[in-house]
Design a protein around this ligand. Structure first.
Ligand SMILES: Nc1nonc1C(=O)N[C@@H]1CC[C@H](O)C1
Length: 245
């Protein structure tokens, strides 16, 4: 899968890609990541990419011509890839969208800076996405967040040790269950005995029950989107009873 990222700080992208699953994914050839710097498409001697907003107001905006030229170059290199602009005005990125993106050949990610971009650039943007209701200094972190969430879904990217299968939200939107590893006792706290029982069916049930209970407690909005089976309803009732709810 090919990612083309439009950014005035390419090193923020390449630096992050040197480590971890994305670095390994690149080395394995599972993902290709290219950056396009609008400064290289600026038509003035100072490689200027920003200017003051018409109508006044604080800060600077990214000018349209260098961005449009960078988008055109990315489209030529990654034909058919949708252009996604990361911004707080976008639709909220959720795992369901991440899974959809994992099925496409390529993505072009536009990372803004300053107060944002000239509105006329959006004529060349297929969709606007937000990673959350807060304001960052640039779109590079959101681009990396989207790219990493999507890349993790690609077959072969994660080793078994960090499989995406048991992610939170992986199986139709439940929070992940608690996890434990050695040592068995930490600060007097023992590992739940079920996990030491070797009874894999019982362990699976316990983990599902914990996921259901946690989701009900912490994200009832997420649980409301899931139709529970009779077994899941019983597990959740037992969880609540044990929890003294
Ligand atoms: N939240 C977000 N989800 O995606 N992008 C953002 C975000 O804060 N972007 C910044 C706004 C102005 C600056 O240009 C970049």
């Amino acid at each position: 899968m090919r990612f083309d990222i439009i950014t005035i700080f390419p090193e923020l992208i390449h630096g992050y890609l040197r480590e971890g699953v994305l670095g390994r994914g690149q080395a394995k050839g599972l993902i290709q990541v290219h950056t396009w710097n609008p400064r290289d498409f600026s038509d003035n001697a100072y490689r200027r990419v920003d200017d003051r907003p018409f109508g006044g107001g604080p800060g600077m905006l990214m000018m349209a011509p260098p961005l449009l030229a960078a988008i055109a170059a990315a489209r030529a290199a990654n034909p058919g890839a949708p252009v996604l602009y990361l911004s707080p005005q976008g639709q909220r990125l959720q795992q369901s969208a991440v899974q959809d993106f994992a099925g496409v050949e390529g993505l072009i990610l536009l990372a803004g800076r300053y107060e944002g971009i000239d509105e006329r650039v959006l004529a060349e943007v297929d969709a606007e996405w937000s990673i959350g209701d807060y304001v960052l200094a640039g779109g590079e972190l959101p681009a990396l967040v989207l790219m990493e969430a999507v890349a993790r879904q690609l077959p072969g990217l994660l080793g078994h040790a960090d499989s995406a299968a048991e992610d939170s939200f992986a199986d139709a939107g439940l929070l992940d269950c608690p996890h434990y590893t050695r040592p068995e006792v930490v600060g007097g706290k023992k590992v739940p005995e079920v996990l030491l029982s070797g009874d894999h069916a019982r362990i699976r049930r316990w983990r599902l029950q914990q996921s259901l209970g946690r989701t009900a407690e912490r994200r009832p909005d997420v649980l409301a989107q899931r139709v529970l089976s009779a077994q899941e309803q019983q597990l959740l009732e037992d969880y609540r009873r044990q929890d003294g709810e």
